[in-house]
Design a protein around this ligand. Sequence first.
Ligand SMILES: [Zn+2]
Length: 131
Amino acid sequence: MVLASAVVLVVALTVVFTLFVRKQDLPQPEPVSPAQHLEERKAAIYENLRDLQFEYRVGKLSDADYQSTKVGLQKELAAVIAEIEKTKVGQASACPAPVPSKPKPGTVCESCGAKFSEPMKFCGKCGKAMS
Ligand SMILES: [Zn+2]
């Protein structure tokens, strides 16, 4: 019976922990759409540049027209890329990667679970050899 209640407790704790973590990890729907919108904008500008180059090559555009339109599109593209970088940086700082605090090897007894501040060859509590 003791084991059964221990299992129930562990399961309950796992469920609570999972729900808690899921809630925090869920991406906010708001920041996703501006980034996607920017990616679409970037793709559209690339397409415009390709079209422009094609029209220039087939002789539809004068050299001056081609240059001025190209510079305008490149400026727009640079602005869009800068915006994309900004959203990426914002997302990175908004949710920093969790740093797990891992105990030093030899500081936790595998037999009894006793913890020590310094690595030990033998457990000070149960006397068993520690790795
Ligand atoms: Zn021990």
